[in-house]
Write a protein that binds this ligand. Sequence first.
Ligand code: QV4
Ligand code: CA
Length: 497
Amino acid sequence: QHNPHTKHGRTAIVHLFEWRWADIAAECERFLAPNGYAGVQISPPNEHITLTSPWYPWWQRYQPTGYNLCSRSGNENELRDMITRCNNVGVNIYVDVVINHMCGAGGGEGTHSSCGGWFSASRKDFPSIPFTNMDFNDHKCRTGSGDIENYGDANQVRDCRLVGLLDLALEKDYVRGKVAGFMNKLVDMGVAGFRVDACKHMWPGDLQNTLGRLHNLNTKWFSGGSRPFIYQEVIDLGGEPITSREYFHLGRVTEFKYGAKLGTIFRKWNGEKLSYTKSWGEGWGFMPDGNALVFIDNHDNQRGHGAGGAAIATFWDPRIHKMAVAYMLAHPYGVARVMSSFRWDRNFVNGKDQNDWIGPPSHGNGATKPVPINPDQTCGDGWVCEHRWRQIKNMATFRNVVNGQPHANWWDNQSNQVAFGRGNRGFIVFNNDDWNLDVTLNTGMPGGTYCDVVSGNKDGGRCSGKQIQVGGDGHAHFKISNQDEDPFVAIHADSKL
Ligand code: QV4
Ligand code: CA
């Protein structure tokens, strides 16, 4: 189902990657709701393997060992409290669910799992669910290694092991029932939907059956008959037999071309220019608007996993990252997701980060640290909190203010200076060239003085950033130095002084 069921005209989702439930609950109340964020994507909440070599990597959470709800982010009570408190302030929760597989085949045997439950990867035995060796796909897989070896063969992509992860037989009624039961427990607790991991590796028919078993959303917070929002992780950059299109009828799909292209454009690689984005969206060969879930970076490709490579614009390149995220939030295409990261010690050897496995800030024993908030509203202890950066936070508001308005009043200099508006509700101007921008443009907005929400905030009647004068004819003069800390300017109906 394609509708995120957002509340109060809010639009943007933030992925609070690896945050603890207690911190997310507090963040919903103190920051997300007051600043108009629509929802949170949370890390997988169920039991997962714990590994010590490498030391508690972030990706251990993509190796389920059971469906009990205790994880590195907290226990079931903390999860329930978080869902309740976020819902009570109108912030939706979307759960990252890993249902294609269990842990790696080499995961051993014992109680090294986040709830302390016993399992055996070697015997394919997960008694807390229970799944046994009859619930996996190995008999169907035809590759020598049992792993996916060739993405050109759709059968092995669906029926073999993704990097050695024990592949569930989702064709079985029993497995479908267990997976749906796990998801329904979360639906009943009040979540609004799911980011479904590794959908390329599951048959659309199996997914359709499983998702068809989901309950309607909890009527304490959602109107009767509401179906869970589904967005499916399928990496489709073209060139493979499995396409995003096969999944459109089930829900939205992650559009990986979006961040890969926009990163390339803002980096000015491969001869790309910002002016070419006049037809951004479907005009670039992206999936239909109503199917797309868009983002600049995600938890994989910000550290070299997944797709997109070095072009991806992450918090490590803040100037480019802020521009790319602002472009996404200003543009009408897709449901938008903002990444909120933790920092780690990058260590590139021959272009590969040796530390791409490092988990969230922790006390050393694998217990994730809380997110402390500094007096200036930034986060401490290695939490990056991109969603709190003024430029990004204010663009999330921009997206809400212009929601439903058409892309309008495009201008470009045939290079890397562009501008566009959203009806008569908002206007944004970018200068990604190596020279100044100095131009008068039709903003389409009512006359008046507006506060630029990139360089500052509107606070009461005052503006801490640049002020933009829009004349009675909708025209305004813009000057943006290529030396500016953030070489873009954005105004909207609610930033009028
Ligand atoms: C290793 C070898 C295998 C070998 C296996 C033997 O590489 O060849 O068969 O040991 O046991 C980790 C390790 C990986 C290891 C594997 C199994 O990195 O080296 O295999 O565990 O032990 C995340 C990480 C992976 C990690 C995985 C499980 O990115 O590195 O694997 O979690 O912990 C494709 C998919 C797409 C996927 C993307 C990364 O189409 O669906 O790759 N993205 C999603 C998630 C991603 C997650 C998974 C899928 C798996 O966004 O975070 O992978 O749930 O494009
Ligand atoms: Ca599979």
